[in-house]
Design a protein around this ligand. Structure first.
Ligand code: GLN
Length: 453
């Protein structure tokens, strides 16, 4: 049914870069065979899933939305893909995304933008707009995203879906094409909070292949989602992440959701996290610094595209690399490599990267202080609803502002979830409600999220 739906609507939505009908149907048949043989099956066996194209999949093209990886077919599976397959979940295909996960609109994909199913002239968020749009347009019941600064939560917010960025280290990064390794985290994109918890549980857990993987039991996310109990819970409203700069309709839906939590027995306090006002600036130094290092491996020798420079008879490896990178990377990727290389260069390192790391510490301290007073923190996920395609392309800074409320969680490694809070009055488009919890306490996201559904 999902493959039929993709055939019917994806020409307009463009959520998928690659659909693997044959592989998905074979995986579904295998589940049927095991069921008939009376073998024990996972609760999600047979439930298909779409995977963001930044996650490597054995035998399936993986481009990370970039021309430089066009035609690359990975020889191995990411750990999370191994876990999806082990649970018997057919992989429907790979979803569109901003190139190397850099963006908030999926317009920086080398393969053209994805369209928001609510209004095809609007953006589906980014970088994981493909996964969110696939779920929102019923082309997949579940999808995998990755979130470095908001790329699961902001697309969820603007497409009326649910998305979780787990605690850093909670889900293996082995086999994710790294954007910024100290910030990246994969997580679920779904239509309900319970679905997100179920998928979270499948992909989470210790992995010796990821040196930052947490060696501890997976938080009881499914149990929390089923109980949906917030009585006695302290909910902290982050003063710096509400009010001015937030679209009135988004703010109004947020206020109503908070009232709903009070009615359900939660206690609400206001907390202040003054360093959050510097989160965006710190992120745009830490992230590009890591990007400039991580993307050095695309050297025209090891993967994908190779472009020979014009007019040179016997080009050196360096000339081939320069020609390939010039043709293979898009403008946003180049912008960030240049920013990162500059921030890390000798003489500037302390002033830029060093200062950003100190701000990062202050943000973690702000979280720690806030979580003394509150069990979870809440805010609107994104300051606005989905904007029209093209509206922010000429102004990178206004694009970056989309993640003002989501970035602090990545910098501190804490988990966050976005769920729909309703439709904004001005434009009738979905608004998102963000919940943040202390590191390793991901179950609290689901307790609060499920109470709001
Ligand atoms: N929009 C943010 C950026 O462009 C976040 C991206 C992400 O989370 N992958 O960096």
């Amino acid at each position: 049914a999902h493959l039929d739906r993709a055939t019917a609507v994806d020409e307009a939505v463009r959520a998928y870069l690659h659909v693997d009908a044959e592989g998905a149907l074979a995986a579904a048949d295998e589940v049927d065979r095991r069921r008939a043989a009376g073998e024990p099956l996972h609760a999600l066996a047979g439930v298909p899933v779409a995977v963001k194209d930044v996650v490597v999949t054995r035998g399936l093209p993986t481009t990370a939305g970039s021309r430089i990886l066009q035609g690359w077919v990975p020889p191995y599976d990411a750990t999370i893909v191994t876990r999806l397959r082990a649970a018997g979940m057919p992989i429907l295909g790979k979803t569109n995304m901003d190139e190397f996960a850099m963006g908030s609109s999926t317009e920086h994909s080398a393969y053209g933008p994805t369209h928001n199913p609510w209004d095809l002239d609007r953006i589906p968020g980014g970088s994981g707009g493909g996964s969110a749009a696939a779920v929102a347009s019923f082309q997949a019941p579940l999808a995998i995203g990755t979130d470095t600064g908001g790329s699961i939560r902001q697309p969820a917010s603007v497409t009326g879906t649910v998305g979780t960025k787990p605690t850093y280290g909670g889900v293996s990064r082995y086999g994710l094409i790294a954007m910024a390794s100290s910030l990246d985290q994969a997580g679920p994109c779904t239509r309900t909070v319970l679905d997100a918890a179920l998928l979270h549980e499948v992909i989470a857990g210790h992995d010796p292949m990821d040196s930052t993987s947490i060696d501890a039991p997976v938080p009881p996310v499914v149990q929390a989602a089923r109980r949906a109990d917030v009585s006695g819970m302290r909910i902290g409203i982050v003063r710096e992440l509400t009010g001015e700069g937030y679209q009135p309709g988004v703010q109004r839906r947020f206020d109503e959701a908070v009232q709903h939590l009070i009615d359900a027995g939660a206690e609400v306090v206001e907390v202040s996290c003054p360093s959050f006002t510097h989160a965006l600036a710190a992120y745009y130094l830490v992230m590009p610094s890591e990007v400039s290092s991580n993307l050095a491996k695309f050297d025209a020798m090891r993967y994908g595209l190779r472009v020979l420079p014009e007019g040179i008879d016997d080009p050196s490896a360096e000339q081939v690399m320069a020609a390939t990178r010039a043709a293979g990377f898009g403008d946003e990727v180049k912008r960030r490599i240049i920013l990162g290389t500059y921030a890390l260069s000798s003489g500037y390192y302390d002033a830029y990267y060093g200062s950003a790391q100190k701000v990062r510490r202050l943000i973690a301290d702000d979280f720690a202080a806030a979580f003394e007073r509150a069990d979870v923190l809440v805010s609107p996920t994104s300051p606005t609803t989905a904007f029209p395609l093209g509206a922010k392309l000429a102004d990178p800074l206004s694009m970056y502002m989309q993640d003002i409320a989501t970035i602090p969680a990545n910098l501190a490694g804490v988990p966050g979830l976005s769920l729909p809070s309703g439709l904004a009055d001005e434009d009738g488009l979905p608004a998102g409600f963000q919940i943040l919890a202390p590191a390793t306490r991901d179950e609290r996201l689901y307790a609060v999220g499920a109470a709001l559904e």
